[in-house]
Design a binder for this molecule. Sequence first.
Ligand code: MIG
Length: 698
Amino acid sequence: MILKYCYGNPLETEAVIEKFRLTESVPAGDGVLPESGLDCLKMKEGGCGFTCRLSENDIVYGLGQQIRGINKRGWVYESWCSDDPDHTENKRSLYGVHNFLIIDGKECFGIFVDTPQRVRFDIGYTDRDILDVSMAANDYYLYLIKGDDPENIVKEFRRITGKSYIPPKWAFGYGQSRWSYMDEDEVREVVRRHRENNIPLDSVYLDIDYMERYKDFTVNEETFPDFAGFAEEMREQGIHLVPIIDAGVKIEEGYDIYEEGAEKGYFCRKEDGTYFTAGVWPGRVHFPDMLNDEAREWFGSKYKFLLDQGIEGFWNDMNEPAIFYSEDHLNEVFDQLEEYKDKNLDVNTFFEFQDLVRSIANNPEDYRSFYHQYKGEKIRHDKVHNLFGYYMTRAAGEAFERLMPEKRILMFSRSSYIGMHRYGGIWMGDNHSWWSHLLLNIHMLPSLNMCGFLYTGADLGGFGSDATEDLLMRWLELGIFTPLMRNHSASGTRRQEAYQFKKLESFAGIIGLRYGLLPYLYSEYMKAAIKDEMLFRPLSFVYRDDSQAKLVEDQLLVGESIMIAPVYEQNAQGRCVYLPEDMKMYRMRSLEDMDTEIMEKGYHYIQAKLDEVLMFIRPDHLVPVSSGGRCVEEVDENRLRVLGYIKDGAEYELYQDNGYEKDYNIQRHTSVIVLTPGGQLEETSCWKQMPDGMIVKK
Ligand code: MIG
């Protein structure tokens, strides 16, 4: 059951696509929400938020892309899309805003606060027993979602926010990225060295340097003289090029996008009507008004320039939007600095001076100094801030639908808001080559899945700082399960393509496992997307009555059959794993090299050498695997091996499609694999077993 309440005069974000009747008007002051039946949840004076009493063992899930654990209790978080490359525990915001929570206690219910403005979630920070949600402004919708359990609530929430984005199948392959591969030859070399070392690869990412002076929808003709031809050459080797697109449009005479946008009035303006000027990678830029329908359509149509050259995927960056400086503020700072110049700075003045310079980037004042045209109204940016990335990606998604309605295009974004999951995925932003960020990656997966972001993953190996061989390997051991599986790193850091290190066979083996698991992972992804379910679930969502499972935050269920327990500590030779039921463990080094063991419910310390992936299969569950390939196209999905732990017999619904069309009819694309208690395939109209044990499609 879902109740919708309205406070003040909220903006329509289009996060929710289902129409609702509003619940009875809400009492001001200490009011219990009408019709909710929940005594623990109370409105605060004047409607400026609400509080919820938490009991000792209540767990609070949610908030999508955020720091800290799966259980969000014990910190204060703020909804404000932020370009912050240091995802440390003391932070309160990252790139995306996902105001969806589930309180799992005696009562289990979900809350979605729909407002594009700043929201503060004090989840047992000030008082461990109180969840306190407050708003920057008293204009918001509040959705209350009641259900039997978290999975149920997620499903309801996903139903009203719409279907998750589905990428082309090749985007489930391994991708190699770097800021930046500078020219054709460097990209060729990346591909060659993967192929040479039998490390599968499906895509190479192009960061900002492929452009001409960082201008969106241009290609540097010196470094990529025949871009279409080069894209074609790559396709012949099974590789997709994936260029980046930034939010800001460079101000430069003669640059068509700039001139067109300026002439048609598509950029964000200041109070006085002139265009707002920020400094980002290209130097001085204007921001397209992604919230304005016409401007959005216009910006989206520009992707055609690259689509026409054979490009089939993109990533949208800097769309919080990140602002290195604004022209106006920078001028003020320069004036101030003049004053400091001849002063003998005492300590306080020195700090003042330092703060002044330090707070140039992403300055709150700048976000209050430009405007959007949103649904015909002029609205100051800070009031809709959290929608910008969402609407940029929507621009792309809607354009793909117009330009190439039959084809799936890869799209993922850095910034996001609830609802953006209909148009693209997200990557987790600028993490570091830190072990703690491998754990953070685990934590974020289920939280993002709750909000419909299924196509997601972190920069494997870490973006900032220097990676080590062992970190990359352990991270890949998690990454082989995440839909977006991309190794990416910042300029200036140590090179971290797998082939930069010594243990090439191990890397080939581990990445190869991804291609083996592809039939299962793709099938689970598609079913989750079609049925509004999660791909990654915390143990506590599934083993509801297991008080130990509730506490586990470093293991996840991946789809219906698999539990993973990644090693995330340096020099560890294994780890402690909690089994909520008996499971079959696969210790895997490559598709050809794995051993298995049945393990009993309970705690175990399990050995896992650096090049070993631990995977657990639940009783009477199956995992169909392929024999691998150098890229997704090469994977033979009609000839599979079935891994599983069979006690009483098992059944698996395998979803398969051609991976590029948009026909997602589940009946048409699903076949059932049935194994007898003895582990033999029960012959169906679709599958038969070969003497070597493989099953083949009839
Ligand atoms: O300010 O394009 O998160 O993935 O490599 C940094 C350069 C800009 C931030 C993205 C990162 C990308 C980088 N970008």
